[in-house]
Design a protein around this ligand. Structure first.
Ligand code: HAM
Length: 424
């Protein structure tokens, strides 16, 4: 049997898993302050949910989805992202009746069959949020503010990040611009890679995202959507920037930021962090998708949101030297002098745990010396030593693992005494 995890996946062991929980907790507290509520959708959906929202011609749909037929002959896909599922659920459960709004967040694993490299996994973890039912530009700025505040709170220095913003236009101004770029690609076909030329027909704007230096150069002189936005989109984009300015959030306008999902309209944004990351430097991104619910067959409902990638955010945190706050596995270790007191030691540990004190005990009849070592390894501040002699008078010894000082304490008073010593 192959005991290695599949390519592009990683086991989340305690230090990393603790970082994940820390990030999730931070996000939960922060998002709640902005009125977001949690939602958990299935890890897989009918394939159509992703094809119709993310777009057939995108890399995600055309080559990265984990799609299979289930035993009932249905085409099923492991979710490559969270937005499509949230929108599907919002329609199914009528979460945004006409005229109302909903603020939703989610976290969990996503799946994309990509070539694994630093910061790029086949199973990766996202935390994301979606604001449904609100077309106003102030909401765009608020969503971006939440994302930036999240990074700041977990400790990524602002100077390590670049916030890029752009407008993708809407159903009026984007199609003619798309055609213009398709023509531009055809006119420059000789200097572009095969894929970009192929994209002229299916998804021309993605040529802006090509990493090939030759393509980059050609695309750097292509017409920009910024110059062709309709007045409404222009006004929306201008207002988003004013709100960002009002919040003191620094951003860079990147007219070539197109993002890899087809559902976007108007505002798109991405946060890049170079320190600690290679070419996969987008630690989070998102945008507005005002037509997506309608395209799904739901009521016309605007929406926008973001998702941040856990693995890349962690790399950015490591590069910034941020220590993930951790707490000891056990605050108190219950040691026993010999096995004649095993039952009492077991009861004492249980009483400490019932009092809310993280406690561990020896199950393996180790020597007292190795029990102390274990207590240190677990980070215990105190060790309660249970011995037959003290037990006869209903007492145990509490040892401070730092100062090594010891006190005899009545067993009935142990939880209260320990709590006082821990300063709880
Ligand atoms: P996305 O840009 O495809 O957007 O993904 C968001 C973040 O997920 C990226 O910035 C990156 O940090 C992380 N990520 C993506 N692919 C991988 C991978 N293969 N390995 C590791 N991390 C990865 C979305 O998913 C949209 N649903 C965001 C959104 C929400 N737009 C509106 N609402």
């Amino acid at each position: 049997m192959n005991v290695r995890a599949p390519k592009g996946t990683a086991d989340m062991l305690p230090p990393v898993a603790r970082a994940w929980e820390y990030m999730t907790r931070t996000a939960q507290e922060l998002f709640a302050r902005y009125g977001y509520e949690p939602v958990y959708t299935p890890l897989f959906e009918h394939t159509d949910v992703f094809v119709r929202s993310i777009g057939e011609a995108t890399d995600i749909v055309s080559k990265e989805m984990y799609t299979f037929e289930d035993r009932g002959g249905r085409s099923i896909t492991l979710r490559p992202e969270g937005t499509a599922s949230v929108v599907r659920a919002a329609i199914e459960h009528n979460m945004v009746p006409t005229g109302s709004s909903a603020k939703i967040y989610y976290s969990g694993p996503m799946f994309r069959y990509e070539r694994p490299q630093k910061g790029r996994m086949r199973q990766f973890w996202q935390i994301g949020l979606e604001a449904l039912g609100m077309p106003e530009p102030s909401v765009d700025a608020e969503v971006i503010a939440v994302l930036m505040e999240f990074y700041e709170r977990i400790g990524i220095p602002r100077e390590n990040m670049r916030l890029l913003v752009n407008s993708m236009g809407d159903a009026f101004c984007r199609p003619p611009y798309r055609d213009k770029i398709a023509d531009y690609i055809r006119d420059h076909a000789d200097s572009l890679c095969e894929e970009c030329v192929r994209r002229a027909a299916s998804n021309p704007l993605r040529a802006f995202d090509c990493k090939n230096p030759g393509c980059r150069e050609v695309m750097s002189t292509a017409p920009l959507l910024r110059d062709e936005l309709c007045p409404e989109c222009e006004e929306h984009y201008g207002a988003v920037k004013s709100y960002l300015d009002a919040l003191g959030i620094a951003y860079e306008e990147d007219p070539s930021l197109v993002r890899g999902l087809d559902y976007y309209t108007r505002t798109v944004f991405e946060v890049q962090a170079d320190a600690g990351l290679g070419s996969q430097n987008a630690i989070g991104g998102g945008g507005r998708y005002d037509r997506l619910m309608e395209e799904f067959g739901g009521p016309a409902t605007p929406g926008l949101g973001f998702a941040l990638g856990f693995e890349r955010t962690l790399l950015a945190l490591e590069a910034a030297g941020v220590e993930i706050p951790s707490h000891p596995i056990a605050e108190v270790y219950v040691a026993r002098v010999d096995s004649s007191v095993a039952l009492r030691a077991f009861e004492i540990a249980a009483s400490l745990r019932s009092a809310g004190i993280a406690s561990e005990l020896d199950h393996q009849a180790r020597s007292l010396k190795s029990q102390f070592k274990q207590a240190d390894r677990l980070g215990a501040r105190l060790t309660v030593i249970v011995g037959p002699e003290e037990l006869t008078v209903g007492e145990a010894t509490v040892r401070d693992m730092l100062t090594k000082s010891e006190t005899r304490v009545a067993i009935d008073a142990l939880p209260a005494h320990v709590m006082e010593m821990l300063g709880a």
